[in-house]
Design a protein around this ligand. Structure first.
Ligand code: 1GP
Length: 247
């Protein structure tokens, strides 16, 4: 079942999805089978895989290890066009619509499109929006863009609407990995109530309560990375909180 269809189906049934973000730089390959197994036991919906740099060049090994250890859908969340690998099921084809850096709006997509054309991957066009998370996180440095101010829900809403009108299939609002403040409920609600396509939200979500609030404010897919890297025991409560959410 294609990933995009799964996300849309869950949305139409009012079911919230939980995505665990795995940064290949932050995990040991040997530890992945246990994490994947725990992910299945706790009803994680998707494994997102990607990172800003991939300094250890372990993306392929990481995906292969996950593939052999579990049946969870593997979705690439690429930090660069070098992170294309058809050991995954799908790829979020990101355009950084919150920024004004043409390379990340269309330039890198032009470079990667011919490769993706021949790759065995479901490609999902995604409007990626960086929201200020209160710290100069890696992603705003790497992208050379200014994030949307956290207290300007109307800018987020207008940006999301533009992405939807351009025909993008998903929206991903990200406060950046390890953000000090996750995205406010007010901003999520403003975007969710004004758009129809599925909304992914992540960045700085550290507690099950926050995950629940994020879902209830209108996010369809809630992404958590750091908090689980720091404490795997949080995974069950996080996934349960997301699945209990409704909007
Ligand atoms: C980052 O949205 C993801 O791109 C997840 O962020 O690692 O802070 O959970 P965290």
């Amino acid at each position: 079942n294609p990933i995009y269809k799964q996300i849309c189906q869950a949305k139409s049934e009012g079911r919230k999805c939980f995505a665990l973000l795995i940064d290949p730089d932050e995990v040991s390959i040997d530890g992945l089978p246990a994490l994947a197994e725990l992910g299945e036991q706790t009803n994680v919906d998707f494994l997102f895989v990607g990172g800003s740099l991939l300094v250890h060049n372990t993306l392929s090994a990481c995906l292969q290890q996950l593939r052999t250890s579990c049946n969870l859908p593997l979705v690439l969340f690429p930090g660069s066009p070098l992170q294309i690998d058809d050991n995954a099921d799908a790829l979020l084809f990101l355009s950084l619509i919150s920024g004004r850096n043409p390379e990340l709006l269309i330039g890198q997509q032009v470079i990667s499109a011919p490769y993706l054309h021949h790759a065995d991957l479901e490609v999902i066009g995604t409007g990626y929006m960086l929201i200020d998370g209160g710290a100069a996180t890696t992603v705003s440095y790497m992208s050379n863009t200014t994030p949307i101010p956290a207290d300007k829900p109307d800018i987020a809403m207008a940006t999301a609407l533009a992405g939807e009108m351009l025909g993008l299939k998903l929206l991903y609002m990200d406060a950046g990995s390890g953000a000090r403040y996750p995205i406010s409920e007010a901003m999520i609600r403003r975007v969710a109530t004004n758009t129809q396509i599925p909304l992914i939200v992540g960045g700085g979500i550290r507690t099950p309560e926050r995950a629940f609030q994020t879902a209830t404010a209108g996010a369809d897919v809630i992404v958590v990375g750091n908090a689980i890297e720091n404490d795997r025991r949080l995974l069950r409560a996080m996934a349960e909180a997301v699945h209990a959410g409704a909007s």
